[in-house]
Design a protein around this ligand. Structure first.
Ligand SMILES: *Cc1c(COP(=O)(O)O)cnc(C)c1O
Length: 388
């Protein structure tokens, strides 16, 4: 390497990936063909057509569930799930204190009170052991999200929820296609949701889906969203681009999983970027939307997490801080919390996430990741100082 190639891009050197991270959605001939067919038959501009129904049937078959409903976003899907469960003002809904912030807002949107619980130390995802202490007479439901490539231990969670009489909303927005003990993620809960947002593995720019085996719940959601017209629609145009993506999901998930095992191999000796344990959970095949790692500044000469992420982004690698802890960004008047929320606070401070598009590239992408790490490792103190 020349000296300018060795110098981190954030200090003025040449980036490892001058072209930047790969864009998303990726170029996909099957999606292009669907768009071309839509131009010919003008189904892009119709209220009704074949595409939404094809997608619904596709999701039912893929998730092996009775009912699938389409809607305008994952956030809307969670709200509709709460409405379908008849969560009402005064009720409580248990949510992990480290989670997608829309989930918290959805609970408020139906007039209920979020009850925040701590996450599991090694996965930053919902910890079933927290459930019992969080339940009160007002508890109506729990929202459980699989985050950053980790999988919530669903059999134990469902058992605990059944014993306590709590209904489970399973947020599979980050893990479409993941298998949890032989069953699709999203299909363990009483109701599951997906997002088709612009960064997600299945994308239509916006959109979401809800699935369940509970006919009465599905019917309540339909009644709530039909107001003489659809109030939370997914359009024919969106459905048309999603159908071919669903057909490719398993294959793409396998490619991403291979990249993640290479990445894991690479980070095995890397003390400053440790992995969540359940990456390797038995009998689970995770899916990877964001790959989470725990960042330890002490292993990087005191370089802060945000500065490290900025330095990686300067190299052309899409790394960001994870979520904010919900207990840290909302007024205490808006929620009840249980226990110390220690691990959720740590997650708020320590989590880094790698965005998925790179995982569909060949081995050279992981090699570039390694090169970028090496550059930062060599110059960590200098990068930290330049920030002062
Ligand atoms: C993206 C996401 C959602 C909802 O996404 P929308 O952008 O509203 O479609 C919900 N939960 C989690 C965990 C997510 O990552």
């Amino acid at each position: 390497m020349s000296s300018n190639e060795k110098k981190p891009a954030i200090l003025g050197g040449t980036p490892v990936r001058p072209e930047g991270p790969p864009g998303w959605p990726a170029q996909d001939p099957a999606v292009d063909a669907a768009l071309e067919r839509m131009i010919e038959d003008r189904s892009w501009g119709r209220y009704h057509g074949p595409h939404c129904q094809t997608l619904i049937e596709g999701i039912r078959a893929y998730q092996e569930c009775e009912h699938a409903l389409l809607c305008s976003s994952g956030t809307a899907a969670i709200e509709l799930a709460l409405r379908g469960l008849q969560v009402a003002p005064g009720d409580e809904v248990i949510v992990a204190a480290y989670d997608f912030k829309g989930n918290f807002q959805d609970v408020l949107a139906v007039g209920a009170v979020p009850v925040l619980v701590d996450v599991a130390e090694e996965t930053w995802s919902f910890d079933p052991r927290q459930l019992a202490a969080a339940v009160s007479e007002k508890t109506r439901a729990v929202i459980v999200s699989h985050l950053h490539g980790a999988i919530v231990p669903m059999p134990g969670l469902m058992q605990a929820a059944r014993d306590l009489g709590v209904t489970v909303i399973e947020d599979a927005c980050q893990v479409p296609g993941a298998l949890v003990h032989g069953r699709k993620a999203g299909n363990w809960g009483d109701v599951g949701v997906w997002s088709f947002g612009g960064s997600k593995l299945l994308t239509a720019g916006r959109g979401g889906a809800l699935f369940t085996n509970d006919a009465a719940l599905a019917q309540r959601v339909r009644l709530y969203s039909h107001r003489g017209n659809e109030a939370y629609p997914l359009s024919e145009m969106q459905a048309a681009v999603l159908v071919p993506q669903l057909a490719q999901l398993d294959r793409q998930n396998r490619v991403r999983a291979e990249s993640v095992s290479r990445l894991r191999e690479l980070l095995r000796e890397e003390s400053g970027l440790t992995r969540p344990e359940s990456d390797a959970a038995d009998d689970c095949e995770p899916a990877y939307y964001k790959v989470g790692r725990k960042y330890e500044p002490s292993a990087w000469n005191g370089l802060s997490r945000d500065r490290f992420a900025a330095a990686m982004r300067a190299e052309g690698i899409a790394i960001d801080a994870g979520f904010r802890g919900l207990h840290r960004i909302h007024s205490r008047r808006r929620f009840r919390s249980v226990g110390e929320l220690t691990h959720a606070s740590r997650a708020d401070e320590d989590v880094l996430v790698l965005h998925h598009p790179m995982l569909l590239e060949d081995e050279s992408a992981i090699a570039q990741f390694a090169t970028a790490l090496e550059k930062l490792r060599d110059c960590a103190a200098e990068i930290a100082e330049a920030d002062m």
